[in-house]
Design a binder for this molecule. Structure first.
Ligand SMILES: [Zn+2]
Length: 350
């Protein structure tokens, strides 16, 4: 397949796709899948050989590339991409050209397109992210104003990023800087003045699986400062969280430590964790989605769970309540009594 045929196929497929569904999901998915695809691409071969195993492999990867390019173009056509997304779409296009040229045995064209594509990839990586490493900006050999040469000792680098306060009632976004030499950083919120911490790590792999209530998210990470770690939690929120390999993530904790959410600093999107688990008796009394249920859940998470005593109460409640619910099913008068008790509690804590 020639590069022109590949592009024509992508145009046709983009037309067939039409307008992408609303919300940031389609763009996030395109970003994640494109980044994964780019990582699997081999360098183009150096010499043309008709029996080169690189050719059938390139043909396979090209088919995926055409699909991705079609999605990127459909997003652009619908005005759903930002300025910062342009280099990624163009990187996918240039890599598709390199792969198509490889399948045709045109080594020079493949080489040239591949070089262009890798430059675009680099540009895309720095344009996308919502954080800056101060020492990345190149300094002049000799700065006549500051009278410093590049051989002068450099100050320790810092990273600047927009991070939200972890407290559920605040969540104020603020510009924070921290050294990238270790992963766990403590901050004091500029708005609510409460302490919170962020664990900063690069994403290696994210998995989502079904859990008894909601889903379980597992992150394989490379923390700032090096090493390897994992973070795993259950979450009841319906939002999809996208993280491509290499994205910088900030896991946000309040005292306890209780994980409140995770921000992908490469896309600027945050997943606020919703605690899962049944609130059996209260659900029976009010029905799922009721305001009172939210108040009681917040009370459990904010007031009870941070203390040892509170955790014991919650554990006991979780253990007893399934049979309580069954027992209450045929006792409407006792249920009304309990509801009055819960109403009084909600009024006090809301
Ligand atoms: Zn705050």
């Amino acid at each position: 397949m020639t590069p022109d045929q590949a592009f024509a196929a992508a145009v046709e497929r983009a037309r067939a796709l039409g307008r992408p569904p609303p919300g940031p999901g389609p763009l996030d998915a395109f970003r994640t899948e494109s980044t994964e695809w780019l990582e699997r691409l081999p360098e183009p071969p150096l010499y043309p050989r008709s029996d080169d195993p690189a050719r059938p492999r390139a043909a396979e990867l090209l088919q995926e590339g055409i699909g991705l390019l079609a999605r990127g173009w459909a997003l652009q056509e619908a005005g759903r991409t930002a300025e910062a997304d342009v280099p990624l779409v163009r990187a996918v296009q240039a890599h598709a050209e390199a792969l198509a040229a490889t399948t045709e045995g045109r080594v020079a064209q493949a080489e040239e397109a591949w070089a262009r594509a890798t430059a675009l990839e680099r540009e895309s990586r720095t344009r996308q992210r919502a954080w800056v490493r101060e020492d990345e900006e190149e300094r002049p050999v000799w700065d006549p104003v500051g009278r410093q040469s590049r051989y002068d000792p450099r100050p320790a680098p810092t990273v600047r990023a927009r991070i939200a306060c972890a407290h559920p009632t605040c969540r104020a976004e603020q510009e924070l800087s921290f050294p990238p030499s270790y992963a766990l950083h403590s901050f004091t919120c500029q708005r609510c003045h409460q302490p919170f911490s962020a664990y900063l790590a690069e994403s290696r792999e994210v998995r989502s699986s079904a859990a008894p209530f909601g889903r379980r998210l597992s992150f394989r990470l490379e923390p700032l400062g090096g090493g390897a770690s994992r973070v795993q939690f259950d979450d009841g929120s319906p939002d999809v969280f996208h993280a491509a390999r290499g994205d910088l993530l900030a896991f946000l904790y309040t005292d306890g430590p209780v994980l409140r959410g995770v921000t992908n600093l490469s896309t600027g999107r945050t997943l606020w964790r919703r605690r899962t688990g049944p609130c059996w008796i209260a659900t029976q009394a009010y029905g799922e989605g009721a305001f009172e249920l939210e108040v009681l859940r917040a009370f459990r998470d904010e007031v009870l769970l941070p203390t040892t005593m509170g955790r014991a109460v919650v554990a006991c409640y979780d253990r007893c309540s399934p049979w309580m619910v069954r027992w209450l099913e045929h006792r409407p008068r006792t249920r009304a009594c309990i509801r009055r008790g819960l109403d009084a509690l909600v009024e006090r804590i809301a």
